[in-house]
Design a protein around this ligand. Structure first.
Ligand code: PLP
Length: 548
């Protein structure tokens, strides 16, 4: 005898939150969450990892099929928890891997509430006050970065890549009015530095511009766009009749925290529009998905230093502020709260200086008959997504409220102070060299050398002199080996977890330069954890010297 559907439905009902207040069932819901968290807690140790290292078995994964019978909520939850085993704990002070932050508790709740009540930001019909939360988060961020919140606007979207997609699309509409209807009739280019994120290529690909239309301008040793080369490139593009879909200033490069000179890039654009009498103004986008958070220092009194940062930290923060304070000059900008804003994924927003720019993307009313019958805010008219979760805005709002300017100043200041501490140590050690010493963020790129190398001269020589090609490659291999040894330890819960970048930049003769990377984003980081990096390096060097 099989179970009647009525029995099954009544069993499954207990797996949904009760639609009306039901103390008993609410307790069951909350208790289920607590039990899941309890099981996660049991995976914790002193190591920067949940559970134990696991080998990923994709063959077994591909053999999974949907079962015949329902499972209990308890069994499903326990199963889900096990998927976290082997995850690095980003908030652990010995995890210094990448630009992945640990989320705050309010931002987690900001993600949880909408996942229970399921607002859809496509329209305020289906999201009500969560739509207000989106507008608030955008207005607060606009005010922070130097836009006029009364005319600026923005939306949350699917990551930093999505923010670039909006910029490219808006810029393309400016360069070729009506392209949304007619499609691309002539090529259009996207201009960025050679240190810009590969998401620029993604956007060129998906917008149909073509990756070959991404013009990568060379960067300086400090990982910022070379303004002389940019000026020459932009001028010759315009003079050759090319349409500029978008100029992207990278405000915080992914590996090195390089900051383009946005103000100069805008000035050069404006002069060209004037001198060449262009019939459109090429769109300038600031890819500030990492750097935006430093705008809390726009009005910091670096002389008075009221928060009492160390001198070295003040210098680093001021070095960043000198570029970030110009963010308001960009026509649009991208913000990843899920990077330097300490929220869970996905929480990203694209902001436009002039809110009317978003209407360039609007669909016709007759094409959207299903929705927008009532209410007054319908982002679904111009967003690339239809359904959009409320978790991004609520998580962002949670942290903007939690931190305030001063909280974020303190937190970012602390992370930069820790990175500076690491740099001081690396600079003081004969076998290590910091590569991005003039990029003042929480990320430190460095190279480790064998004993016999003069680390004062070598980094410069191997970067500039083709005669050093063999040594550059040998040292690349050496750094990979150091990384492997540190990583092997880390996977066992020993030492620190750092990362490696295959090409932090190319040598002047075109070879990739490998770098080790420490990205400090844990509020729990302190001097002791920073010194642990040095210990891990020393241990790896000894192992290699002994033949490992
Ligand atoms: C991370 C990053 C992106 C892509 O953002 P996602 O949120 O990962 O999609 C784009 N640009 C820069 C500079 C980045 O660091």
């Amino acid at each position: 005898m099989s179970t009647s559907y009525k029995d099954l439905v009544s069993q499954l009902r207990s797996a949904f939150p009760a639609p009306v207040s039901d103390r008993l069932h609410d307790a069951y819901f909350v208790f289920s969450c607590l039990r899941a968290l309890d099981q996660v807690d049991a995976l914790k140790s002193a190591a920067p990892m949940l559970g134990t290292p696991v080998t990923l078995d994709y063959d077994a994964a591909r053999r999974r099929r949907v079962g015949e019978h329902p499972m209990t909520l308890e069994a499903v939850t326990s199963e889900l928890v096990q998927y976290l085993s082997g995850m690095f704990i980003w908030g652990h002070p010995r995890a210094q891997i990448n630009v992945v932050p640990p989320p705050t508790i309010p931002s987690i709740i900001g993600g949880l509430l909408p996942s229970i009540y399921n607002p859809n930001l496509v329209s305020d019909e289906s999201s009500r006050q969560v739509s207000i939360a989106e507008v608030e988060a955008i207005a607060m961020t606009a005010g922070l970065v130097g836009y006029d919140p009364a005319v600026a606007d923005g939306v949350f979207t699917f990551g930093g890549t999505g923010t670039l997609m909006y910029a490219g699309k808006i810029g393309l509409e400016k360069a070729m009015p009506g392209v949304r209807e007619s499609g691309l009739r002539e090529p259009a280019v996207l201009v960025c530095s050679d240190r810009a994120h590969y998401a620029n290529l993604t956007v060129a690909n998906w917008l149909g511009l073509g990756e070959a239309q991404v013009v990568k301008v060379p960067s300086t040793d400090d990982n910022e766009i070379r303004i002389d080369a940019y000026t020459r490139e932009l001028t010759s593009l315009v003079d050759a009749g090319a349409r500029i879909a978008c100029i992207v200033a990278t405000m915080g490069t992914t590996d090195a925290f390089g900051l383009d000179d946005l103000a100069a890039m805008v000035r050069v654009r404006d002069e060209l529009v004037q001198s060449r009498g262009l019939d459109y103004v090429p769109h300038v986008h600031a890819d500030a998905v990492i750097g935006w958070a430093w705008s809390v220092f726009n009005d910091y009194d670096f002389d008075g230093n009221p928060l009492g940062f160390r001198h070295r930290t003040v210098r680093a923060l001021a070095g960043t502020a000198r570029r970030i304070r110009h963010l308001g000059l960009a026509d649009s900008l991208g913000v990843d709260y899920h990077k330097t804003g300490f929220t869970p994924y996905i929480s990203s927003a694209v902001l436009v200086k002039d809110g009317r720019d978003l209407t360039r993307l609007a669909r016709r009313e007759e094409d959207t008959p299903y929705i927008f019958q009532s209410g007054e805010r319908h982002p679904g008219r111009y967003t690339i997504e239809t359904s959009r979760a409320g978790s991004g805005p609520l998580a962002a709002l949670a942290n903007l409220r939690l931190f305030g300017r001063q909280g974020l100043q303190a937190l970012l200041g602390h992370l930069v102070a820790m990175a500076e501490e690491l740099r001081e140590q690396l600079e003081g050690h004969p076998s290590t060299t910091v590569l991005n010493g003039d990029n003042f963020g929480p990320v430190t790129l460095f190279r480790v050398y064998p004993d016999d190398v003069d680390t004062f001269a070598m980094p410069e020589q191997e970067r500039r002199d083709p005669a050093y090609r063999e040594r550059l490659l040998a040292h690349n291999a050496y750094n990979r080996r150091v990384f492997e040894l540190i990583q092997a330890d880390a996977l066992q819960g020993v030492g620190v977890v750092i990362s490696l970048t295959d090409c932090y930049r190319e040598s002047e003769y075109g070879e990739p330069i490998v770098a080790l990377k420490s990205y400090i984003l844990s509020p729990f980081s302190d001097e002791a954890q920073v010194h642990a990096v040095l210990d891990s390096i020393a241990k790896a060097r000894r192992a290699i010297a002994a033949g490992a």
